[in-house]
Write a protein of this length. Structure first.
Length: 110
């Protein structure tokens, strides 16, 4: 049985800035965002979505999916970090520090 390790568990962050000037561009933005949500990503901030992955191999699968839905215009960044690095993040709302909620264990059924 493999133990969970904060160095093996990964987080995938997708950071994007897509144009929304025309109706077609807004539709492309909305479709990209919806596809991220369908793949299990959650909004962290506006245009920053993240997903918890139990391993680097699983993170690679989701990164590949994001790459397959990249829009033609705009900028998209994909960042993979360990659970340890994510846990070291300092989050502030205004000037007051806010503690991060501990990640919930995600169960995947095959």
């Amino acid at each position: 049985m493999q133990r969970f390790s904060e160095y093996r568990i990964m987080w995938v962050l997708v950071l994007f800035d897509l144009p929304t000037e025309t109706k077609k561009q807004r539709k492309i933005y909305s479709d990209f965002r919806k596809k991220l949500l369908l793949d299990g990503f959650t909004m962290f901030q506006f245009s920053i979505y993240l997903r918890h992955c139990p391993s680097a191999e699983n993170a690679d699968v989701h990164i590949k999916r994001v790459k397959s839905i990249l829009p033609e215009l705009g900028q998209v960044g994909i960042l993979r970090i360990t659970d340890k690095q994510f846990g070291d993040m300092e989050l502030y709302i205004g000037t007051k520090p806010k503690s991060l909620n501990p990640p919930t264990q995600q169960l995947e059924l095959f």
